[in-house]
Design a protein around this ligand. Sequence first.
Ligand code: OAD
Length: 232
Amino acid sequence: MNVLILTGAGISAESGVPTFRGEDGLWEGHRLDEVATPSAFERNPHLVHRFYNERRRSLLSESVQPNAAHIALAEFEAAHHDEFLLVTQNIDDLHYRAGSRNVLSMHGELLKAKCLDSGEVFPWQEDLTMETPHPRDPSQQGRLRPHVVWFGEMPFGLDLISTAAQSADLFVAIGTSAVVYPAAGIVDLTRADCRTVEINLDDTPQSTAFDESIRGKASVEVPKFLRQLTAT
Ligand code: OAD
């Protein structure tokens, strides 16, 4: 059985990473076009850096750890013998920390920085500013940006995602509001005989496109669902 998983901010909510559109949603207090577009970065790089610096520091704080849902996915993958791909829209590193291996971070990674000139990507845990020296040439400053996908930019790995969707026998979307494309359209790329399951606290605009809806917390429902799957 080939398995494709899609995760969104809901899977990390119980780890202490705020979702985008919840009550404590990240965009609150910041308009999307102030912090998450290429033109926002051109206009006000300080604000954009500050926004992502806060997210990065919080992600690296002791209190943020993978939860039972991240761990269950990693354990399932380790025991699974056919194709397995975990596509995440999250820019946190919680799937990697939980031990997942075949992860595609389609919206980039907060703990990486990208050179604006060469596109080279570096592991990054510090604040980024317009004074940050370039790791290869410290005389160059302010030429790094967060390695995240902004609105108007192309997500990573779309060909791989489309191939995986077409060969999947099981597609599970976990903790995503299904309003941001192309991620929200992955369910439509799966074959008609692919079993599709949505796990979320609430209904989403794509709920009717799935065969099954499981309503509840990811930390409870994901381990339960995967246990049932391996038992059958
Ligand atoms: P959202 O914040 O839009 O949605 C989070 C979803 O998780 C909602 O549908 C909640 O109902 C659900 N949820 C919250 N807590 C949950 C829990 N404990 N268990 C299960 N479900 C829970 O986050 P995303 O769908 O990930 O893109 O947002 C998609 C993209 O929009 C992000 O990747 C980001 C953002 O703009 C970019 O930055 C490019």
